[in-house]
Write a protein that binds this ligand. Structure first.
Ligand code: NAD
Ligand code: DAU
Length: 338
């Protein structure tokens, strides 16, 4: 592969993916198309701004002329679609932008890629499309789709469009579905960076409901290596699950974070639950292991400690974000909860 277009490359996972790809493939060039929403931050790739192999276009994946223009002027071998509204709580406040970017944006990208005969398309999806598990079992690629939040309903709709394009047009797409990511550059509305930042400032940690909900945590670098493997070795039309083998209850994770940060449990504040809160996610990633030769490399504790260290030594990054639009969101979100 000589050139790929990455959408949403200024967000958390997209920026980590671009960094990994530039480091792994010296001959590769990358076009990063990002709308720079509240979650998109050029600073996430500041260390790569002088790399001639990386170019940036500010724009919306819903704009067909823009995508056509990029694909006509570059010899793109593959498109990797990270661009999305990604936060479940925001989708509960207003699902409009989620329908627009996650569904309409995907449809526009698929049509543009089809017209330009792009040989490979990878849709970055989520385990939330499978809904919620009870105490037992794991999501496999064959688990029926049963999304519960406006966010996951929109991601599922996009996955179904991808599936339909494969089936109807023989479109060369692959879909990946991953569990909860953690690591550097995650927007501090998500549990881990939010709680690290709050605890550091001796502010309370808002745990939703009883805190017994379970998430399976994967280091973002392991997820990005999985996407790379799927892009190179995945079979057209196939779906690959990625997970970190690290199930934790939210309250267990919160107490672990406080322990690692040397802060007291008295910072924990139980708040009103997220409406429709999914109970448990857990991934069976054996297909990715068998077919792609992928396996997660981080142990959760090691990855979490490294992540904490990153946030502590990049506190200005978070503080700059927190001084922007974030504040009004935080007040809307927690004003009624705390
Ligand atoms: P993020 O919110 O950090 O980043 C999203 C990026 O997309 C931002 O840079 C934003 O500016 C850009 N974007 C949004 N709308 C756009 C549009 N219309 N056109 C162009 N760019 C646009 O999200 P993330 O956590 O990095 O997630 C990336 C992808 O991975 C998403 O598709 C998400 O559903 C999926 N995913 C995330 C996780 C996770 O734990 N974070 C897990 C599984 C799957
Ligand atoms: O599973 C993959 C998904 O993981 C991705 O598709 C999403 O894009 C990503 O945002 C993430 O979704 P979650 O809703 O699981 O992540 P979040 O960090 O928002 O919440 C993690 C858990 O912690 C969830 O059970 C809700 C809870 N929570 C979250 C926040 C922000 C709290 O208890 N308090 C909080 O303040």
């Amino acid at each position: 592969m000589k050139c790929i277009m990455v959408t949403g490359g200024c967000g958390f996972i997209g920026s980590n993916f671009i960094r990994l790809m530039l480091d792994s493939y010296p001959e590769l060039s990358i076009i990063n198309l990002d709308k720079l929403t509240y979650a998109g931050n050029l600073e996430n790739l500041a260390d790569r701004k002088d790399d001639p192999r990386l170019s940036f276009r500010k724009g919306d994946i819903c704009k067909r002329e823009l995508i056509d223009d990029i694909l006509q002027h570059a010899d793109v071998d593959a498109v990797v679609n990270f661009a999305a509204e990604s936060h479940v709580d925001r989708s509960i406040l207003d699902s409009g932008p989620f329908v627009q970017t996650n569904i309409v944006g995907t449809q526009v990208l698929l049509d543009a890629c089809r017209a330009a005969k792009i040989p490979r398309y990878l849709q970055v999806s989520t385990d939330e499309v499978y809904g919620s598990l009870g105490a037992e079992g794991f999501f496999t690629e064959d688990t029926p789709l049963a999304p519960n939040s406006p966010y996951s309903a929109c991601k599922t709709s996009a996955d179904l469009l991808v599936r339909a394009y494969v089936h109807t047009y023989g479109f060369p797409a692959i879909t990946t579905r991953c569990s909860n990511n953690y690591g550097p550059y995650q927007f501090p509305e998500k549990l881990i960076p939010l709680f690290i930042s709050n605890a550091t400032n001796d502010q309370s940690l808002p745990v939703y409901g009883t805190g017994e909900n379970v998430r399976d945590w994967i280091h973002v670098e392991d997820h990005c290596r999985g996407i790379d493997a799927a892009l190179r070795k995945g079979e057209e039309g196939e779906i690959y699950n990625f997970g970190g083998n690290a199930e934790m209850t939210n309250i267990g994770l919160t107490k672990l974070l406080l322990e690692l940060l040397g802060k007291p449990d008295t910072l924990i504040k139980y708040v009103k639950d997220r409406p429709g809160h999914d109970m448990r996610y857990a991934i069976d990633a054996s297909k990715a292991k068998e077919k792609l030769g992928w396996t997660p490399t981080y142990s959760f504790r090691e990855g979490l400690q490294e992540t904490i260290d990153w946030y502590l030594s990049n506190s200005e990054w978070i503080e700059r974000i927190k001084s922007g639009e974030y504040l009004s969101y935080y007040e809307t979100q927690y004003g009624s909860r705390l």
